[in-house]
Design a protein around this ligand. Structure first.
Ligand code: NAD
Ligand code: UDP
Length: 331
């Protein structure tokens, strides 16, 4: 067993790092931490769901382009590949583009890792488990995914990305890491991305009733972004050894119904908001909770921020962006 404490991530100092999707929610927090660890960070992003305002000062180059594009790139020591829309309304807005990004974008970054010998960490998702029939979900579970549903462009795109990445490892021996990220939230989320946490907090701050899809009995396990980034960095810092290419679940095992999440948002805001019911979207998973034994064992990692505290920190961040809350973008 190898347990890596945060201070052992000194390996990032001076490394040339590319973060694809670095203008997005998770990617921008990852850039912050990498810069603090002394990495030389470049960001590649097409700004389709991210924002230039998220990109931290202190990065080297901002390469504004589609991650699938074949244009040459500088050499890097490490590639964190996160570029892909992540919220259901955003990834369903152009499903063909989402699938292309998930698959061709990943192949493009794998080619780059193979060309340069960079180690590459790929952001996969709990969505690869679909509507799970095993609970909680271990990495060994193969999932239960509709191949032709409205979510499939993302779920199946990410599954194909895991497949092709594993085959690059087998065929070319690239230094691969993969994380299966469970629902993550925190400051800098786009208040209009349509995810449940952003919707509830935006609605709550505007005094609107909270939009409950279905009866709110479906569950999710919500991880605060700083916990997620810590797990990503620990995995990315491990030396290359056989088996390290296998996916690792990163998420908070605390499981809540969406109705309970609504109650927590109300409690944190100290106001009574009411609920407005909407139909449950098709193929919406009934429940989801990570088994994080592999991350605990391999990385000495477990989430530290409880949901109420994380929601309070996110509320504080949203309060500081009043002009964004009042724009009338969908959803
Ligand atoms: P996000 O939408 O905030 O960030 C994604 C970033 O990728 C954006 O800046 C966007 O502009 C960029 N991007 C999208 N398509 C691109 C393309 N074709 N070329 C270049 N850039 C492109 O989403 P996020 O929540 O930060 O998610 C980041 C990664 O983590 C994604 O790969 C997502 O699948 C994965 N993930 C996130 C969660 C979560 O709960 N946040 C859960 C599971 C997996
Ligand atoms: N959801 C909800 N109200 C909203 C947005 C989402 O009840 O305003 C539900 C959604 O149907 C799902 C859960 O909350 O069951 C999590 O949705 P999200 O889009 O955040 O993540 P994902 O479905 O990708 O896990």
């Amino acid at each position: 067993m190898t347990v890596f404490a945060s201070e052992m991530m000194g390996g990032y100092a001076g490394e040339r790092v590319l973060v694809t999707g670095g203008a997005g929610f998770v990617g921008s927090h990852l850039c912050d931490r990498l810069l603090a660890l002394g990495s030389r960070v470049d960001v590649l992003d097409d700004l389709s769901t991210g924002s230039a305002a998220n990109i931290p000062l202190g990065i080297g180059r901002f390469i504004e382009r589609d991650v699938s594009a074949s244009d040459p790139l500088p050499d890097y020591d490490v590639i964190f590949h996160l570029a892909c829309p992540a919220s259901p309304p955003r990834y369903q807005a152009d499903p063909v583009a989402t699938f292309r990004t998930a698959v061709f974008g990943t192949v493009r970054m794998l080619e780059e890792a193979w060309r340069t010998g960079a180690r590459i960490l790929i952001a996969s998702t709990s969505e690869i488990y679909g509507d799970p029939q095993e609970h909680p979900q271990k990495e060994s579970y193969w999932g239960h995914v509709n191949p032709i549903g409205l979510r499939s462009c993302y779920d199946e795109g990410k599954r194909a990305a895991e497949t092709v990445a594993t085959d690059y490892r087998r065929k070319y021996g690239i230094d691969l890491r993969m994380v299966r990220i469970f629902n993550t939230y925190g400051p800098r989320m786009d208040p209009f991305d349509g995810r449940v946490v952003s919707n509830f907090i935006r609605q709550g701050l505007l005094g609107l009733p909270l939009t409950l899809y279905g009866d709110g009995s479906q569950t999710r396990s919500f991880c605060f972004v700083s916990d997620l980034v810590e797990g990503i960095l620990r995995l990315g810092a491990l030396p290359d050894e056989p088996g390290r290419e296998a996916p690792v679940n990163l998420g908070n095992p605390g499981e809540f119904t969406i109705g309970e999440l609504a109650d927590i948002v109300e409690e944190v805001l100290g106001s009574s908001l009411g609920r407005v019911n909407h139909p449950l979207p098709s193929d919406d998973p009934r429940r989801r909770r990570p088994d994080i034994a592999r991350a605990e064992h391999l990385l000495g990692w477990s989430p530290q921020v409880p949901l109420r505290q994380g929601i309070a920190l996110t509320v504080e961040n949203f309060r500081g962006r009043p002009e964004e809350l009042l724009s009338d973008r969908n959803p």
